[in-house]
Write a protein that binds this ligand. Sequence first.
Ligand code: NAD
Ligand code: TYD
Length: 355
Amino acid sequence: MTILVTGGAGFIGANFIHDWLADSNERIVNLDKLTYAGNLQSLASVAEDSRYRFVKGDIGDRALATRIFAEEKPRAVINFAAESHVDRSIHGPGEFVQTNVVGTFSLLEAARGYWLELPEAERSAFRFLHVSTDEVYGSLAAADPAFTETKAFEPNSPYSASKAASDHFVRAWHHTFGLPVLTTNCSNNYGPYQFPEKLIPLMIHNAVTGKPLPIYGDGKNVRDWLYVRDHCAAIRAVLAKGVVGETYNVGGKNEMTNLEVVHAICAILDELKPASHGYSQLITYVKDRPGHDRRYAIDPAKIERDIDWRPAETFASGIRKTVEWYLANEDWVCGVTSGEYSRWLDKNYKERVSA
Ligand code: NAD
Ligand code: TYD
């Protein structure tokens, strides 16, 4: 048996592939375009594994996806591929529409063409699992209840709007065509192999290189943090036990302000890599992100009850593992922070003068 993942050279996909190969003997094929966020170094240790195949390509290339379906006959697709960074979606939304909306549509069509030709038993066992985000639900006020699966979509950024659109296409392909889909909407992830444009790896990288730690606005925006391997376990569990056509919110009840997160990182660095100054002295308030969502929070009751999934890590254990991983993997960080990365820092932070 084989599964097809898209975007497997990115942060969550790479963790998913490592965990999959450690856990199962089933073959895994990875279709990834290798954008700035895709990095084969994250998968170097499995590159020669006979159960793993990498294909460089775009989920929007229907002919390529159709060929992979025909060659590999996967029993499931897990669609991780996306443009995923809110700040980049503000500077250039076009790629987000292209990959997240048009690309997902194209992949759905390739999957449907393949699925329709399957013998009955395989057709009913087939799954298209779409990996999405809690950001589709919009922003919460401090006293609002956490997001349930029935919360109306109110996306506020080009990124979340494009993910919301893709979720709607996935839903419609089930409702109209009967494609056996599943959707997961997860909160903010952190852990190994995350590109240092996102809050946690950016703060670790800046701290160890003695650079300012740029806090957008007042630093009191709240995110609901989940260790990446817990997200990967949730995806495996939903793939195995999820009810076709359903969506599942994934989160670890770990709401924290950005300032709390950055102070936690600084405290671990103070212990593991002491510097003459305390790391929290590097904290700098900078101009806020336009349209910055105030708070996200996941109500995971449905996935706990129906799928029996719960996170294994607390924030304290997960953030320590993450900081340790970045300290131990400077080669990986150097590999991804050359070239394009410095142009991004210029674009995103140059105009955010310290507040
Ligand atoms: P990422 O940006 O680290 O990786 C995305 C991967 O997709 C990269 O390997 C990139 O090369 C690939 N890709 C981009 N466009 C492609 C295309 N057109 N065709 C094929 N491959 C393409 O993203 P991530 O953080 O690993 O997120 C994976 C998925 O999970 C995304 O769909 C994202 O919306 C969702 N998600 C992320 C988080 C998070 O906190 N990171 C939380 C919830 C949901
Ligand atoms: P991010 O990791 O970009 O995830 P998302 O915007 O998808 O939640 O950002 C997490 C939070 O951290 C968000 O409230 C924005 C904030 N942030 C900063 O304060 N400074 C930074 O340099 C970055 C990248 C993010």
